[in-house]
Write a protein that binds this ligand. Structure first.
Ligand code: GDP
Ligand code: IMO
Ligand code: MG
Length: 365
């Protein structure tokens, strides 16, 4: 069984938290595209963990985590990421597998990405230059650099991840794919050229892992959407707030600063046209709506839905105590907002986020 978690906006929807929550039921968690431009945050017992190249599966001791050949890897940063998590008590022995064919991000790629960073706000992690060299057939594969003195730490993790996952699936093990970035940053389906350099929809999971399409026949595709919209870096954002004071207020309420670069995120209302597009492109089977608690600081919430009206659709806000555990505990106004999103996208909502902790996620009945 293979299931997929993907972002439906411009990244940072809470994919890390949703993947972490769902992963309890799986044997494997797999990153199949992107690199350390991702920043996936999970709070476990009040302790904050942020993963970049690693799947969030590393946070659960019984799960095996995989980085496939669809990813780009900066070996120096990956060694650092593993070492830091080891210092926080995570054991990687026999439970991390990295494709020997992953594309290497070199120091030159980092230098080349500096211009993109300055000009329009890439993360500066060398993602674009590394993928460019991959498609120009000039890339270096991870296997050929790990024997260097400083990267020796990665040697035990390197393997043929396609074969590993193929065998796991044939043995009826459960695999969860952790998407990074999101459809509006996708190289083909995003707001080009203000996008990242990898395909980041669910459709890339077969190619990025090397698993055949028929293994995805019954996959659930959980689309993660924030209850409002954020974006980092330059590029179109139709529902962006125009008022700086309001932007700042909601940014502070939601802690909307990049998990990788610390940059303030741009803020706006939920955009139903954008969300319907995201659901179509990804073939979303169910939605996880995060950060509904953040909107409780407002009096009124808006959604842009051109299909219904030229003007914004208004919703009353809600109050939360922080102790809500079940769907029945949630206020009617919040349920109404969630139902609207479900109806307008035609997708069931399976989970709603009401706080940043691992347990502040409520299954929808
Ligand atoms: P990702 O890149 O999609 O994994 O998302 P990020 O980790 O970059 O950003 C999402 C942020 O929202 C993180 O700081 C999460 O801890 C936080 N978060 C996720 N879900 C919720 C939620 O339901 N409520 C609140 N308040 N925070 C959440
Ligand atoms: P997660 O997985 C939000 C954005 C950058 C920039 C553009 C291109 O945490 O959701 P790149 O360095 O990839 O060439 O930058 O894409 N970007 C992200 N924004 N979340 C991410 O990942 C992102 N990864 C890249 O800010 O605008
Ligand atoms: Mg992020």
């Amino acid at each position: 069984m293979i299931d997929i978690v993907v972002g439906l906006q411009w990244g940072d929807e809470g994919k890390g938290k949703i993947t972490d929550y769902m992963s309890e039921e799986y044997d494997w968690v797999v990153r199949y595209q992107g690199g350390s431009n991702a920043g996936h945050t999970v709070y476990v017992d009040g302790k904050k963990y942020v993963t970049h190249s690693l799947p969030v599966g590393v946070l659960r001791p019984n799960i095996r985590s995989v980085i496939t050949h669809g990813c780009v890897v900066n070996p120096e940063e990956l060694v650092k990421e593993i070492t830091e998590l080891e210092e926080m008590g995570i054991d990687f022995t026999n439970r991390l597998f990295i494709s020997k064919d992953a594309t290497v991000i070199t120091r030159n790629h980092l230098i080349q990405d500096e211009d993109n960073k300055k000009e329009w706000g890439s993360t500066g992690k060398g993602i674009g230059p590394a993928y460019r060299d991959k498609y120009d057939r000039k890339a270096i594969k991870l296997e050929s650099v790990v024997s260097d003195r400083s990267y020796k730490k990665l040697v035990p993790f390197l393997t043929d991840t396609r074969e590993l996952l193929y065998t796991a699936e044939r043995n009826h093990e459960k695999i969860l794919m952790e998407g990074a970035q999101a459809v509006m940053l996708d190289i083909d389906f995003g707001t080009y050229p203000y996008v990242t350099s990898s395909p980041c929809t669910a459709n890339y999971a077969p190619q990025g892992t090397g698993l055949p399409l028929h293994m995805f026949g019954d996959s659930s595709i959980t689309g993660v959407v924030k209850a409002y919209t954020t974006r980092i870096g330059t590029g179109p954002f139709p529902t962006e707030f125009s008022c700086p004071t309001f932007t700042e207020m909601l940014r502070e309420a939601g802690g909307e600063y990049g998990a990788t670069t610390g940059r303030p995120r741009r803020m706006g209302w939920l955009d139903m046209d954008q969300l319907r597009y995201a659901c179509e492109v990804n073939g979303v089977t169910n939605l996880a709506i995060t950060k509904l608690d953040v909107l409780s600081c407002l009096d009124e919430i808006n959604i842009k839905d051109d299909a219904l009206s030229d003007t914004l659709i208004k919703f009353p806000s809600w109050e939360l105590t922080g102790n809500e555990k079940t769907w029945d505990d949630l206020p009617a106004e919040l349920k109404n907002y969630v139902s609207f999103i479900s109806f307008e996208t035609g997708c069931i909502v399976s989970m709603v986020g009401v706080g940043q902790n691992r347990d502040q996620l409520i299954c929808v009945e």
